[in-house]
Design a protein around this ligand. Structure first.
Ligand SMILES: *Cc1c(COP(=O)(O)O)cnc(C)c1O
Length: 227
């Protein structure tokens, strides 16, 4: 559905207001970045959001990311990859030079990505995805192994610049469970401060206020904007 500018402006204002309200409960110095997730929406809406001042966008498939980056290459947008990366798409993603690859979800993928980055003499900013709620349907490393894996990637994958962690909140009606998954991820993020982690990406349309209160400094929001 292509939304008119006033509708998108109202939706964006509401999201930004909610982010503001949540972040101020953490600290007035706690800054939160908004990445708008456009995987289910039309190109026109991305353009309109750009006109409204939004710059950071996320896609979960390499092919769609590529199409949109190409179609909108005139605009100074910042693109994030937020979905599972298939090994046979690694080279395509490298060529797109995303600002941040948020879904590095295993040591094997890191090794493979690093090898291909080396071959292309390229680097990539990445987040380590954590499956904090231990859900079978989700990818990501376990909370228990996250710190070791993070350190291992830092030591053995010099072409990957690890910037922090990403998680998807527990898929549950139970707010306590969702909160737990955010708290688990945030405590890992804090321990990784000495490893240089600066990004804690948590929170989507249904749970971003809670995620921010648990310390998220990057939210990924789609459906709340395109209604
Ligand atoms: C789709 C998606 C989002 C945005 O989800 P909404 O609920 O539409 O806000 C955020 N993060 C990831 C990894 C996604 O795949």
């Amino acid at each position: 559905m292509i939304l008119d500018k006033e509708q998108l402006r109202a939706n964006l204002d509401e999201v930004i207001w909610n982010i503001e309200e949540a972040r101020i409960t953490v600290s007035e110095h706690h800054i939160v970045k908004l990445v708008t997730v456009t995987k289910y929406t039309e190109l026109e809406n991305i353009q309109t959001l750009y006109e409204l001042g939004q710059r950071a966008f996320g896609e979960n498939q390499v092919q769609q990311l590529k199409e949109r980056m190409t179609e909108l290459e005139e605009l100074p947008l910042e693109w994030h990859m937020i979905g599972t990366l298939q090994k046979n798409k690694i080279n395509n993603l490298i060529d797109l030079r995303p600002a941040l690859m948020q879904s590095l979800d295993s040591i094997e993928l890191a090794q493979e990505l690093n090898k291909k980055l080396e071959a292309k003499e390229a680097k990539m900013n990445c987040l380590l995805q954590i499956n904090a709620a231990k859900e079978e349907s989700k990818s990501g490393v376990s909370a228990e192994e996250a710190i070791d894996i993070y350190q291992e990637i830092r030591e053995n994958c010099p072409n990957i610049n690890l910037k922090g962690v990403m998680t998807i909140g527990a898929h549950s009606e139970d707010t306590k469970l969702i909160q737990q998954s955010f708290e688990t991820t945030h405590s890992i993020y804090e321990k990784l401060g000495k490893e240089g982690a600066t990004v804690c990406s948590m929170g989507m349309s249904g749970d971003y206020r809670l995620a921010i209160k648990c310390g998220s400094n990057l939210v990924r929001i789609g459906s709340a904007l395109f209604k």
